[in-house]
Write a protein that binds this ligand. Structure first.
Ligand code: UDP
Length: 402
């Protein structure tokens, strides 16, 4: 399996990955998050676990279960951590803890290393038995609602280490902190090469014309992804340049707001025949791959963002990306080199037109983007980093030998 990446991933990443794999062979590595499908975290775990197993590591992925109230309140916590004003009552925190307690009874928490993803399962640290516990934060905690963050930190500071996606997300927590950006898997169904025929089949099925310039945003229907802003920009551009807009998204089981946002988006699009709103079932990897490859320009106009995996996915396919300057997007889009960063609807409309009027620029930035992803955002690099942190924790205080 690792050999599949040779010739794709940087060679140095593969060498280190194999060496670390040998050092950690036979040990167990448990990942816990809050959804099996939908969103970037599930996306990466699905690909990472088999690779870890291939390296000889006993890797497991567990998902916490909760009731509607739990996911409503964890979404509120998520929003508050990213800066939205939300009130989390004492009663809600108790429910957060109780649901995690129930999960701790159900899930086997024994492992040499345990990586807990995001705030939802963070109270599981209370039920730690053995091993190295690491809190993996995918979201932007740089400007949180203070009370909410302080409460969460009670849990998070009990971990041995914390991992953030982007340096500016990190906060001084009094534990070892590491910056590990997420990644995409170049050989997955979502990112593998595709024939024009396969791409056209997807377009036909969704009744999307193949002969007009296409703008695409792939995202959960979430206000932080600003789908309405994308529609507004498309409207401005359409006055001057022909183009269609495709907004593709699917529900995530840990995101109860999706349906309401989808409704808003549909109403706002108001039956515009040039806007295609696609509600995709989970695991629509092949269709997403095809749409990203069919697009002329990919947009990720997030107002707040964790990392924004869709940006690397599109760049890997040689597409120029226009993204909101939020979260991890500026790590991926080097302004003017691999795409453009924007701060407003008008800015987005301007950059879309610049690309539509300049096919040579589309080509050049697309190529730059692919190389940037190859060097920085492939899954082999991310696994290398996780294993390095784990190996460091295992050998803390000793001289590390590779
Ligand atoms: N995604 C998907 N189906 C959809 C919408 C998104 O599979 O309908 C995938 C997308 O391709 C990407 C991930 O979900 O791999 C979204 O990750 P990102 O970091 O962009 O955003 P998040 O949803 O984690 O905030």
């Amino acid at each position: 399996m690792i050999s599949q990446y040779s010739g794709i991933s940087p060679k140095g990443d593969l060498i280190l990955l194999e060496r670390l794999g040998e050092k950690l062979k036979g040990k167990s590595f448990l990942h816990i998050n809050s959804t099996r499908a939908g969103g970037g975290v599930a996306e990466i775990l699905q690909r990472m676990i088999p690779i870890l197993v291939e390296l000889g590591i006993d890797a497991r992925w567990e998902v916490i279960e909760g009731d509607e109230r739990f996911f409503d309140l964890t979404k509120k916590i998520h929003n508050a951590v990213q800066g939205n004003s939300e009130k989390i009552t004492e009663d809600m925190w108790r429910h957060h803890y109780e649901i995690n307690k129930k999960n701790a009874e159900r899930i086997n928490l024994d492992a040499d290393a345990v990586l807990i993803h995001d705030p939802q399962p963070s109270p599981l640290i209370e039920f730690r038995k053995t091993g190295r516990w690491i809190w993996r934060c995918h979201i932007d905690v740089s400007h949180p609602v203070k009370e909410v963050c302080d409460y969460l930190l009670r849990y998070c500071q009990r971990y041995e280490a914390a991992v953030f996606s982007v340096a500016k997300f990190a906060r001084a927590m009094g534990v070892d902190e590491f910056i590990i950006p997420p990644s995409i898997d170049p050989v997955s169904e979502k990112n593998r090469a595709m024939s024009p025929d396969e791409i056209n089949k997807t377009l036909d099925r969704f009744q999307i014309p193949a002969d007009r310039p296409m703008l695409l945003q792939v995202s959960r229907f979430d206000r932080f992804k600003d789908p309405i802003g994308v529609i507004k920009a498309h409207r401005m551009v359409k006055k001057y340049n022909d183009c269609i807009l495709v907004l593709a998204g699917s529900p995530a089981t840990d995101d109860p707001e999706g349906e309401a946002v989808l409704k808003e988006v549909r109403e706002f699009a108001a039956d515009d025949p040039d806007i295609h709103i696609l509600l995709l079932p989970p695991f629509s990897d092949r269709d997403i791959n095809a749409l990203q490859r069919a697009a002329t320009i990919v947009i990720q106009k997030s107002l707040k963002e964790g990392f924004g995996l869709t940006v690397s996915e599109a760049m890997w396919k040689g597409k120029p990306v226009i993204g909101g300057a939020a979260g991890g997007i500026p790590l991926q889009i080097i302004h003017g080199v691999t795409g453009f960063l924007v701060h407003s609807v008008e800015g987005l409309a301007f950059r879309i037109r610049q690309f539509l009027n300049n096919p040579e620029m589309v080509q050049r930035m697309g190529e730059n983007g692919r190389e940037h992803v190859r060097n920085n955002f492939l899954i082999t690099r991310q696994i290398r980093d996780y294993l390095s942190v784990w190996y460091y924790l295992e050998n803390k205080g000793a001289l590390i030998e590779l």
